[in-house]
Design a binder for this molecule. Structure first.
Ligand SMILES: Nc1ncnc2c1ncn2[C@@H]1O[C@H](COP(=O)(O)OP(=O)(O)O)[C@@H](O)[C@H]1O
Ligand SMILES: Cc1ncc(COP(=O)(O)OP(=O)(O)O)c(N)n1
Length: 262
C-alpha cells in the first residue's frame, strides 16, 4: 500500500486540515499518516481558538513517522509560525522526503488568519525550495507574487513569478476568481489550465486542503504531476458536486461521495 503524510493543523469540525487530508488520502486507497502543527477550535462559521504544538514536539512526530513508515508523498498545510516551519524543513531534508506538496494556507474561508507574518518569510526561505508543487489560492498567490490578480493573464503571471522564485511547479487555484472552477498550473516554464464547471454550492470549507492532499495521494500512487493535478481536480469536483449541507456556515465537502452508504 502506498503511504502519504500530512503535516497540518487539526480542524475540530472535520472539513479542512488534518481531517480533510486523512479522509482524502484514505478515499484514494493510500495509507494516511499525520504530524499535527496546531489544534484549532473551529466550525463552519469560524475559528475561535488555535493552540500550536512546540517545534520540538512536531519534530518528534516527524521522527516517529519517517523512521518507521517513510511516506511516498508529503502534504504540508497550515503551519502558523517560523519555528515550526524550520523544524519541518530540517526534517524533510534529514529524511530526504519526496513528492512534497505545499499548500501555503494563510486565511480560512471564514476570514480567520492562520499564519503569522514571520512564518510567511520562513515559508519562502525554508519550505518552498523543497516543494515539488505549491498550491496557493488567489489571495495567497497575490501575497507571494506581489501582484494583484484580476484576470486569467494575471493568474498566469503570478504563477510564473512564484515558480521562477522558488524553482517548483505552482497551481494557482481559481476558487476566488470570477468563474471559480479554473485552476492554472505553471511548470517548467509552461502553463496549462485545468478547467471545470462552477458548482453552485456555498459549502466549500476545506476545498484547498482536499485538493492538495488529493495531489499528494496521486503522486504517492506513482502518477506524474500533471495527471496527479487532473485527478485531484476531478476528486474535488465530485466531492463538491455531492452537495453535502452540514452546519450553519460554509460547510464541508462529501469526501466519501464515491461510496454509496445505503
Ligand atoms: N464553486 C466551485 N465550483 C467548482 N470548483 C470550485 C468551486 N470553488 C472552488 N473550486 C475548486 O476547489 C479547489 C480549491 O480552490 P480554492 O477555493 O481557490 O482554494 P482554497 O480552499 O485554498 O481557498 C480548486 O480546484 C477550485 O477550482
Ligand atoms: C486546520 C485548518 N487548516 C486549513 C484551513 C483552511 O482550509 P482551506 O481548504 O485552505 O480553505 P477553505 O476551503 O476553508 O477556504 C482551515 N480552515 N483549518
Amino acid at each position: 500500500m502506498k503511504t502519504a503524510l500530512t503535516i497540518a493543523g487539526s480542524d475540530s469540525c472535520g472539513g479542512a486540515g488534518i481531517q480533510a487530508d486523512i479522509k482524502t488520502m484514505t478515499l484514494h486507497g493510500v495509507y494516511a499518516m499525520s504530524a499535527i502543527t496546531a489544534l484549532t477550535a473551529q466550525n463552519t462559521t469560524g475559528v475561535i481558538g488555535i493552540s500550536e504544538v512546540s517545534p520540538e514536539f512536531l519534530g518528534q512526530q516527524l521522527d516517529c513517522v519517517f523512521k518507521d513508515i517513510p511516506p511516498d508523498a508529503v502534504k504540508i498545510g497550515m503551519v502558523s509560525s517560523g519555528g515550526l516551519i524550520e523544524m519541518i524543513a530540517d526534517k524533510l531534508k534529514e529524511y530526504n522526503a519526496k513528492n512534497i506538496v505545499v499548500d501555503p494556507v494563510m486565511v480560512a474561508s471564514s476570514g480567520a488568519k492562520l499564519i503569522s507574518e514571520d512564518a510567511i518569510s520562513a515559508l519562502k526561505e525554508k519550505l518552498f525550495p523543497l516543494a515539488l508543487i505549491l498550491t496557493p489560492n488567489i489571495p495567497e498567490a497575490e501575497v507571494l507574487s506581489g501582484i494583484k490578480i484580476k484576470s486569467d493573464e494575471d493568474m498566469i503571471e503570478a504563477a510564473r513569478i512564484i515558480s521562477d522564485n522558488y524553482h517548483c511547479a505552482v497551481l494557482c487555484k481559481g476558487g476566488h476568481h470570477k468563474n471559480k472552477a479554473n485552476d492554472l498550473l505553471y511548470v517548467n516554464g509552461a502553463y496549462r489550465w485545468f478547467k471545470g464547471q462552477p458548482i453552485n454550492n456555498p459549502n466549500t470549507h476545506g476545498t484547498g486542503c482536499t485538493l492538495s492532499s488529493a495531489i499528494a495521494s496521486n503522486l504517492a500512487k506513482g502518477y506524474d504531476l500533471i495527471s496527479s493535478v487532473g485527478r485531484a481536480k476531478d476528486y474535488v469536483t465530485g466531492a463538491l458536486a455531492a452537495m453535502l449541507d452540514l452546519g450553519q456556515g460554509s460547510g464541508p465537502l462529501n469526501h466519501a461521495f464515491c461510496i454509496h452508504s445505503e
